[in-house]
Ligand binder design. Sequence first.
Ligand code: ATP
Ligand code: CA
Ligand code: CA
Length: 433
Amino acid sequence: RVVVGTKVDEHHVNWVTAYNMLTGIRFTVSRTNAKLDRQLTDADFGARHKFSFDITGNELTPSAKYDFKFKDYAPWVFRDLRAKFRLDPAEYLMSLTSKYILSELGSPGKSGSFFYFSRDYKYIIKTIHHGEHKFLRKILKEYYNHVCENPNTLLSQFYGLHRVKIPYGRKIHFVVMNNLFPPHRDIHRTFDLKGSTIGRDFKEDDLEKNPRATLKDLNWLRRNLHLEFGPTKKEAFVTQMQRDVALLQKLKIMDYSMLVGIHDLGRGNEEQLRDKTLKVFQPGGDNAEDQNQTAMGPLARTPSKLETAKRAKELREMVKKEKPVPMDQMLDKMPEGAHRKDFYFYADDGGFQATHENDMPGEEIYYLGIIDCLTRYNFVKKAEHFWKGMGGNESQISPIPPERYGDRFVKFISGMTMSRERAEHDRMSRTME
Ligand code: ATP
Ligand code: CA
Ligand code: CA
């Protein structure tokens, strides 16, 4: 897989921020994990804990490389959510807290948010605006209840909400969430779909420069594409999407998208050999450097439950016994997406495989989910007034109310969800008319 983004090391401008984020996560997540499980209370949803880190350390926090403050929000709720999404606590920590772990995607959207991938590409850290942060805290309970009632939700999976601040610096809020795309498979095309056509066109000419660009609604329509699911999968997918969108409408959220990554099984992993960053550490091998392979080799196939359990156990024992093993190398032994097998839309090697009209497996794997779901109608309205004041083109940005946004979204996505045979049949009957 081609490496996405730039590696964040000591020379990177955002190294200190990234380091502080990870140090804070490591400390607060281990702290919460170490406590005995208990029932959630209402107070847990509003909880926040502040920690000061400095180079000397104190009785509460260990020493860190830099001085910074870290705030942990609703740690019990997120611990519970991580368990509901079947993350292994030890794995979660290790994925996120090795030293050179992040790669930065910069700011792909207009919002100015930054995206960082954990080194194993399983998790994304997204910086969010203060308004989005306040909003997530406000709706956390409803989000949590929704996840309890909808274990197969397509909504972004939130695993943590935190804030960092360096002396005299600004406050940076961020969430940790699932990377919808798999570390071990090429995504041949990516689409960000909203069900709107205004401004929803990626210039096709620019595709040559940037073949991995995220395309939009008009590009999708131009290609006459479908989410190729036969009746059974379509029904499950559309039903879940409707339930998720109903929540978003209730919470007056809009501007979200269906992110769709398409892996074409016929093309496979063309680019796997180019990857230089992800390396596999062979347990027992005394010279890991000599055994550098691309991560795809042994991990291309999904490990069995038993293998996964065995590897996790090995890992834990290694952590206990062999202190000197560098974090970097432990990370590389992590099983790929093992927990995801339990979830309907992520059960086919981390994604959801196309099916034919007779429900037999198709030629693509879709990696999909509803992303960017922290924008409340009010925010957009404010932005709109701002743009109007600036003489911006209103029709390009004019928001439609959340009810209509959601209905349009569901209509668009479900309307293009059909098997190859169904699409062909519809096309034929149209030309007959
Ligand atoms: P804007 O508000 O301008 O749309 P944003 O900064 O809020 O931008 P998002 O819309 O959340 O950003 O995401 C931007 C892009 O980042 C997406 O189109 C997608 O390519 C990638 N992305 C976001 N979330 C995920 C995810 N969970 N998994 C994989 N890729 C993601
Ligand atoms: Ca977006
Ligand atoms: Ca956004």
